[in-house]
Design a protein around this ligand. Sequence first.
Ligand SMILES: Cc1cc2nc3c(=O)[nH]c(=O)nc-3n(C[C@H](O)[C@H](O)[C@H](O)COP(=O)(O)OP(=O)(O)OC[C@H]3O[C@@H](n4cnc5c(N)ncnc54)[C@H](O)[C@@H]3O)c2cc1C
Length: 404
Amino acid sequence: MTDITIIGGGIVGIATALAVQRAWPGLAVQLLEKEDTLARHQTGRNSGVIHAGIYYAPGSLKAEFCRRGVAATVRFCTEHQLPFEQCGKLLVATSQDEAERLAALTERARTNGIDVRPISATELREREPNIAGLAGLLSPTTGIADYAAITNKMAELFTALGGEIVYDARVTGIDESPSDVTLSLADGQRQRTRRVIACAGLDADRLAAMCGLADDFAIVPFKGEYYRLAPRHDSVVNHLIYPVPDPDLPFLGIHLTRMIGGYVTVGPNAVLSLAREGYGGWAMSARDMGAMARFPGFWRTIGANLSSGVGEMASSVFRRRYLRKCQRYCPSLELSDLQPHPPGIRAQAVMRDGTLVHDFLIRNTARTIHICNAPSPAATSAMPIADHIRDEAARVFGLNTKGT
Ligand SMILES: Cc1cc2nc3c(=O)[nH]c(=O)nc-3n(C[C@H](O)[C@H](O)[C@H](O)COP(=O)(O)OP(=O)(O)OC[C@H]3O[C@@H](n4cnc5c(N)ncnc54)[C@H](O)[C@@H]3O)c2cc1C
């Protein structure tokens, strides 16, 4: 019997496993991952941005974790010689209305304690000769990293401390008793543990439902599609280039991202995915579609965001439309510059009334803790999130410093 079992080998699960094993070296900590490698889903399929935390609601867990996450990520990469670069990010206003919204964003960033600086059209041209805009906001601490590499390094540290990672171990059932928890696995095995921490990303609601914690929310998968720019554009930008976000839908907006590896991507958009792990063009899953159709919050969120949803879908189907969005601030791009790049799928928690959950959502029973929503920038924030979950584990499970 293990003392603590973590479910999910994305960056949140691995960072949590490491934080827990470091806090209680005497405990037997095990991590179960259903794939045969780590970081196969959101963690290995994202933009690779170390977000500074400009947009998030002041006082939210998201704002606080992100601010601390930037420093933690930079420190971790430096200490373990993993690639990263704080190349800075420029929010670019392409209309008067957007220029006015930049002022509000400047205020919000400063309330969140983030270093930002408004820049004029002249300075924008000097910094980014290939970018067109009326004004900009510079975030010098934003950067890029390889989150799969960070996850693998954390896994190495976790196992060096005695932690165990089991691959090809899909949890299909959680049965909690007053004294322990029995986990059922897809291969028919059953396994007992004293406590569980579930960090299951796209399956977070299914694991929470096994413990009676998901009556009022469900995961709705939103695909983010990217293009890789043709090699002639590898140096097209010096910073990461972002549009000014729509205050109601801040996660929408295709950006130009310099990647670790020396190339540039554009994306991601946000289109409804008909399969939670359906990365191929028209992938569908009857199980996932059925779950969405039965959840009233799905229809409410689709209804409330119909026009932006249709717009995102149209730019997914029509490459020329996607290109026009990029050309607004990078006019030199042409259709032939948009080359294939793997998509990612966001695990977005939606409440029964159709509200999108923008902050982290963590729930528990006596012996289980579930990370029900870990939205972007959870890769940036993984280490502070893990510290928070470790503290929650001490509180919920009543663990003292020795883990007893
Ligand atoms: C398109 C896109 C772009 C993004 N860009 C950024 C960015 O630039 N910067 C940033 O900070 N964040 C970004 N994010 C967000 C970030 O990637 C995620 O918030 C973060 O990776 C979440 O990590 P996780 O460990 O919770 O989930 P995941 O990485 O999805 O890991 C969950 C793991 O649980 C496993 N699992 C699920 N169910 C079971 C089960 N039943 N049994 C066993 N194992 C199970 C899965 O196989 C998976 O490995 C982006 C996300 C997407 C999708």
